[in-house]
Write a protein that binds this ligand. Sequence first.
Ligand SMILES: Cc1ncc(COP(=O)(O)O)c(C=O)c1O
Length: 387
Amino acid sequence: MAEGWLNWGLSTRCVHAGTVEDTVAGGVNTPIFASSAFRVPGPTGRVVYPRYQNIPGQVAVAQKIAALENAQAGIVVASGMAAISSVFLAFCQTGDHVILHRDLYGGTLGLARKELPRRGIDITWVDAFHVEDFEAAFRPQTRLIYVETPSNPLMNILDLETLAQMARSRGVLTVVDNTFATPINQNPLDLGIDIVVHSGTKYLNGHSDLCCGAVVGAASLLEAITPVISLYGPSLSPYDCFLLERGLKTLALRMARHNHNAMAVAAYLAQDPRVARVYYPGLSEHPHHHIAARQMRGFGGMLSFEPKGNTKTAHRVMERFHFFQPAVSLGGVESLACFPVETSHASVPPLQREQMGIRDTLIRLSVGIEDTEDLLKDVDQALEAVL
Ligand SMILES: Cc1ncc(COP(=O)(O)O)c(C=O)c1O
């Protein structure tokens, strides 16, 4: 099946790309190959072992994600953070310099702040959303640039094509966390980006019952990452590979519904006098809407908003939600709500949060695939009860 997916649409890739044939029973799904010991020599002549990223379930699901991202190769790992840290470990060493956007997932910020300096890796943080602002950050030692778009939790958008050109002309690697957009809505590699990472825990799996991650890119780049994963060991079990592969089969369908529902909720909130601010790249008034419209096929299921009033008001709105359950994480079929200051960005110092524009009243919604009307009613009744 390798490369056969090139002519397939994204929904077909979700269902069929990477599937390993069941030659024993003729089942239509990749079987769960539950071995951690494989005979030598194996059918491929290579040693097969879970930590080497080459057991059939890992290969199958990594191929599906690579196919969806138009990548030559991919690997799956035990969490999004394992994917992200493996990239830094593979490409950065003492004396290197990296450029990081400030608007990143809190765990990635923590990794950069705590782990990179003690490995002798220098960081330049870029705050602005004009790609030109990255220009001044380059140094002769710059090894890579790392960004998220849409960003968490303010849904800011970076122009990936311009960023990729700027970095490539200097021989600097570009890495994008595509968790929020998913490959259904955005393919950074097609815009010239070198490496894409995912928290597969979110939309890729989509059912809030699995922790996993993925890295995709050119085969030559993945060859540098695989040995790091073999050494540090965050491999994904055959059972988790099965769950992820099953979840991915409906990714295109789910994303269509997430996109639709989030747009409806964002539009509703944007016209509501009880709401101070809405952050969703699909809204024409979003400051980066024109870039999002160029580089994304859909605007995703994530949005943030601030109800009018103070922190207490925001907490009361949260308590009133019925379908938007107060929970961390995102990207599952069910709608969730959280305060980024208490969850994803709790470890970010308050002053820095303020500089980033993440206020105490900011509520982040992961809009699920429930009926649109039910979600709109839920938002309305929660605001009505409080404001
Ligand atoms: C955008 C983004 N990237 C990466 C991660 C880390 O993923 P994981 O929790 O699977 O390690 C998260 C987790 O919330 C995230 O939101």
